[in-house]
Design a protein around this ligand. Sequence first.
Ligand code: MG
Length: 203
Amino acid sequence: MKIICIGRNYVDHIRELNNAVPSSPVFFLKPDTALLIRNRPFYYPPFSNQIHYEAELVLKICKVGKNIQKQFAHTYYDEIGIGLDMTARDIQDAAKQKGLPWAIAKGFDQSAPIGRFIPKSDFPDMKNIRFHLDLNGTTVQNGNSGLMIYDFEDIIMHISQYMTLRTGDYIFTGTPAGVGPIKEGDKLEAFIEGEKLLSCMIK
Ligand code: MG
């Protein structure tokens, strides 16, 4: 199982980090050891002083595929959930400046909390899925799949040109604006269409 994450997929988030709008989807990987499931607590890692949350819609891949054509891409995922692309922003910024990879900044243990998944068939429109993230009871991120630069099908088509998708893989589809730091004692709660699917205490 692998976790593939799309970066820079919402214009408002690209602006808040002063990045350029990409001409094709930007993606990176997290290892399977990054997964954090069943609403388990996130332990603040000792090697960073600036862990950021990034709430993202997550696709669960349901069959093997390579070089997937756009018109068939929708058949390769069957569930949608919400996850947190936890990011050591201080380590990422240092890596960016030196042109080095993001493996530590994005792939450390517990850097991919995921919540409960919902069957795709429960959603009437893949281009209008609302989601939000609360930090200590206050909404800090609001997103809608309709605001993504690259939609689910574009993402699946693009990734599968380079990496075979397999059953059980997860795709994080990018975060909207509002990313920010966490500290010990914080509580993150993530929702799709108002339904809470993920809760994560920071310890
Ligand atoms: Mg992200």
